[in-house]
Design a protein around this ligand. Sequence first.
Ligand code: SAM
Length: 283
Amino acid sequence: MQSLTNISEIKDLLSRHGFSFSKALGQNFLINPSVCPRMAMSCGADENTGVLEIGPGIGVLTRELAKVAARVAAIEIDGRLLPVLNETLAGYDNISLIHGDVMELDLQEIINREFGGMRTVICANLPYYITSPILMKLLESRLPVDSITVMVQKEAADRICAKPGTRECGAVTLAVWYYSEPQKLFPVSRGSFMPAPNVDSAVIRLNIRKNPPCEVKDEKAMFRLIKAAFGQRRKTLPNSLMGAGLSRDEAISLLDAAGIPRQARAEQLTLEQFAELANIMSV
Ligand code: SAM
């Protein structure tokens, strides 16, 4: 069985299949032999678990997941990689390959079909061009999964795992915090990939919450406020909240009713305070 972290073996494999890397699809494949086993060990999979992988590439992480999990279903958008994967994963009988765009597929249906009620986790080295939309889709669809372990750009990891109410946080921090408890696992240097990207990476794990950390009557309204506030994060809230369709006076009354200073900016608010604003609006 060929090594999927040996550069000359990978080059030979890819040239036999006439494959060239697509930058647009975020194709940076892992070649550091210690990273995939470590991800597979830390994603919480065991012999009773199904793992959903997004973007298997040439299958380097897929193989490691298949060794620890009961089943792996891997979704790959690039049809040119399917013959490659059929070769590299030939010895494994617990892997299903699904050709498609993760943003278009019905993931709930895939999980039911592939894992039929088995405990499920998600594990992936995400394509960087679409990290936030993928994470938001995974979280908002409320999939029946225990955790999501993903490799993302280091800066994205810092933002996602920041504490709400601190300077490092963004709209994605609050959304992630609402659905899960994020945890930084370990850093991965840019030299661990082929081709090497211009940035370093990190592996994070989102432990899905059973219940949200605060009560919100209208989640959509809360996320509209969060998006507007962080969309203009340097402005004070009476100005930035106008992006959510409020007039400046309405925004001021809302902040006053919630006891939030008029000079506050998005990054100073906790999730509970955004929930409070949305709850006052929906009375
Ligand atoms: N897992 C492999 C590894 O660690 O070496 C490859 C990771 S590479 C960073 C991202 C992979 O996601 C590529 O194989 C790419 O073709 C695939 N991909 C990109 N966009 C996708 C999408 N929308 N849906 C599914 N797969 C996608």
